[in-house]
Design a binder for this molecule. Structure first.
Ligand SMILES: O=C(O)CCC(=O)C(=O)O
Ligand SMILES: [Fe+2]
Length: 285
């Protein structure tokens, strides 16, 4: 667990996600992103943040000037479509994408199982019950990503595939196609900022802590700044952002505070926290 204190990033092998499923997710993802822009924009992100997000859309780093990212991606949640308890997903037309929905749903389920196992180890490392972190489908998002590898004229002054950011939630599971570009910065306040490449390990997932878990652990486990450079090569990745249930109270974990090291943050409900972060990320237009 030292990696969580030092880096907030680690590799996981034997993660239980089948290689064939992984390949199908990449194949579906590529066939979606290869479409003309009008087709993709027909599924533009809705008010529940599900659907297609084009390159250079105002996103990460709103606090640092609102640069968009040059990546394009697609947000998929869980739940029965149209169920009022679960925001509504958007799906590419089944006539042209007969396997998309089934493939993405299988990956979502598998990645959720893997996340549960990793989170129970993290819970044990914090002297908590193994079931303490309850990853939940309400806010957890599967996000296939595509970096075109071509120069894109940015309206928002963006020069990176993904600008420097930390992930918001509890945990992120990341798979990439092996194309370089991902970098982390261990000390976000250090000047100059030092960026280290995250090397690809075939078949391994890259797992990182998000801001919610950093807050929960009173900054003991780190949510590390990372970015993706445009390396002039097309790149695909698949991120899975894991959240607890919306009504979960995020209150400093006992083993992470003491009289000498009091809680740095007041308790907050998970959904309130997410709302705050989304409001500062996407300017609703
Ligand atoms: O594509 C990648 O390698 C990283 C993407 C990422 O950091 C994110 O989606 O939050
Ligand atoms: Fe990220």
């Amino acid at each position: 667990m030292q990696a969580l204190v030092d880096y907030g990033f680690f590799y996981v092998i034997n993660h239980g996600i089948d290689d064939a499923l992984m390949k199908s997710v990449y194949a579906e993802s590529a066939s979606f992103f290869q479409q003309p822009m009008e087709e993709k924009m027909a599924l533009h992100k809705n008010s529940s943040h599900r659907g297609y997000i084009p390159p250079d859309f105002e996103g990460f780093e709103a606090d640092a000037g609102g640069k968009g990212d040059l990546l394009e991606c697609f947000h998929i949640g869980s739940g029965v479509d149209g169920d009022s308890k679960n925001p509504v997903n958007q799906w590419p037309p089944a006539e042209r994408f007969p396997y998309w929905k089934e493939t993405m749903k299988s990956y979502y389920q598998c990645a959720m199982g893997t996340s549960k196992r990793i989170l129970s180890l993290i819970a044990l490392s914090l002297d908590l019950d193994a079931e303490f972190f309850k990853p939940d489908g309400s806010e957890t998002i599967l996000r296939p990503i595509h970096y075109s590898g071509r120069a894109i004229e940015s309206k928002h002054g963006s020069d990176h595939g993904a600008n420097a950011h930390t992930d918001y939630g509890m945990l992120t599971l990341l798979s990439t196609d092996g194309t370089p570009g991902l970098q982390i910065c261990r000390d976000k306040d250090g000047r100059p900022q030092l960026w280290e490449d995250v090397h690809h390990i075939d078949g391994a997932l890259v797992v990182n802590i998000g801001d919610l878990l950093e807050r929960w652990t009173n900054n003991v486990y780190r949510s590390t700044l990372h970015r993706v450079l445009m390396v002039g090569k097309e790149r695909y990745s698949v991120a899975f952002f894991v959240w607890p249930s919306p009504d979960m109270m995020v209150t400093c974990i006992e083993s992470c505070c003491s009289e000498a090291n009091p809680p740095r943050y007041p308790p907050i409900r998970s959904d309130e926290y997410l709302e705050q972060r989304l409001t500062s990320t996407y300017k609703y237009k």
